[in-house]
Write a protein that binds this ligand. Structure first.
Ligand SMILES: Cc1cc2nc3c(=O)[nH]c(=O)nc-3n(C[C@H](O)[C@H](O)[C@H](O)COP(=O)(O)O)c2cc1C
Length: 368
């Protein structure tokens, strides 16, 4: 692993957050009924058209090029790459291995890249580089709750310093070409205090005033990390406050049904599937089916096998032979919740150390 890799993903990835409800909760219940008044609409982020309101969230350690391509093929209307540190982005040179972190391809548009940093001067050159690399939208992370990130005054820390957060928004907006929209991802505050709420709205309104095209709100506080529910009522209030400004919601979207329920209950323009999409890229296809009044089909084992093998192939193109089995082990473990024999499949993936072992688990459990 290069220094670049270590600095980016080890700093940011929050392993404690990886609790995905298991088993039956991956499937929308057959009782789901769409309210007659509800219609799923696409929306625009700046000039970028998003054709359906369920999109793939930014996920450090996961939403890389292979995951995004798979999500798009299965119906994600837009995908966001994992958060990237500004100072490392500017160091990525042509031909370096780190280039894989800013890879885009024709079939995945529209695709966004997300930036994190502390220094308002560090963001603009990194944002420009991501735009030049082919990302359609640049997103700023003001939400990451990882201790080391907060200690470096990045991510969720910026929710406590509206002036710095807005300086970052303004500087990045100034430097990006007008056709590249800038967006922001925020948690609902640092904590539950009034000061935190005031800071949230100072940043929220200020960012739109400075030209942000959309804001994604995760309904948990930074202090809350992943404990307790995401407050959807807060998302509803934020959307009412925002009026026609574009808001995406985040938090507790584990099934396609959850995605539609958030749209229905909060009125946000779009929702960002995060943990619910790891190992379950079918969530996007299922959401499209439910929105069309059709049943959300669970993928057959044969289809799960085909998609898993393709995901592995794309990951191997990206990371090479040696790193891929460890990377794809994570997807196998979390994807096992889609399998009727979840516990045994999960145990087998946990034991995987090599490429051959990973493929043997797939052949053992997914051949129908
Ligand atoms: C492993 C993991 C990595 C994440 N990485 C990012 C990230 O890079 N950028 C970001 O804005 N949010 C990140 N998040 C937060 C998610 O995008 C999302 O807001 C959060 O998980 C709440 O949604 P959920 O409850 O439906 O999972 C991450 C979450 C997890 C679990």
């Amino acid at each position: 692993m290069s220094n670049w890799d270590r600095s980016n993903s080890e700093l940011i990835t929050d392993q404690d957050s990886l609790t995905v409800p298991a088993g039956e909760t991956t499937q929308p219940s057959s009782a789901f009924v769409l309210p007659p008044s509800f219609q799923a609409h696409g929306f625009h982020i700046g000039n970028v058209a998003i054709d359906f309101p369920v999109v793939q969230a930014a996920l450090s350690g996961y939403s890389d090029w292979p995951m995004r391509v798979i999500a798009r093929r299965l119906g994600a209307a837009y995908t966001l790459g994992e958060v990237l540190l500004d100072k490392f982005i500017v160091q990525v040179s042509k031909g370096s291995k780190a280039r894989r972190y800013i890879r885009t391809s024709n079939e995945e548009h529209p695709v966004g890249a997300q930036l994190m940093g502390a220094d308002p001067e560090g963001f603009p050159p990194a944002a420009l580089k991501l735009a030049e690399a082919g990302f359609d939208i640049i997103d700023l992370n003001f939400g990451c709750p990882v201790k080391k990130v907060l200690g470096r005054c990045c991510g969720g820390f910026l929710l406590s310093t509206p002036r710095a957060a807005l300086e970052i928004v303004g500087r990045v907006r100034d430097v990006l070409p007008p056709h590249i929209p800038l967006t922001v991802k925020m948690r609902r505050g640092l904590d539950d205090s009034q000061e935190s709420l005031d800071n949230f709205f100072a940043i929220f309104d200020g960012a739109f005033r400075l030209g942000a095209a959309a804001i994604t709100v995760h309904g948990r506080t930074v202090r809350q990390r992943y404990d307790g529910p995401s407050t959807w009522n807060f998302l509803r209030e934020v959307k009412q406050h925002a009026g026609s400004r574009i808001i995406l919601g985040s938090g507790d979207l584990f099934t396609a049904e959850d995605c539609l329920n958030m749209l229905i209950q909060t009125g946000v323009d779009g929702v960002t599937a995060a943990r619910g999409a790891i190992g379950n890229p079918w969530i996007f296809r299922q959401a499209r089916a439910l929105a069309a009044g059709q049943p959300a089909e669970h993928p057959s084992l044969a289809e799960q096998r085909e998609v898993m093998l393709e995901h592995y192939r794309l990951a191997e193109v990206t990371y090479g032979h040696h790193r891929t089995s460890a990377h794809m082990r994570k997807f196998g473990i979390l994807g096992s919740r889609m399998h009727p024999r979840m516990k045994e499949v999960r145990e087998d993936f946990v034991a995987v150390k090599t490429r051959d072992q990973w493929h043997a688990v797939v052949e053992k459990w997914y051949c129908g």
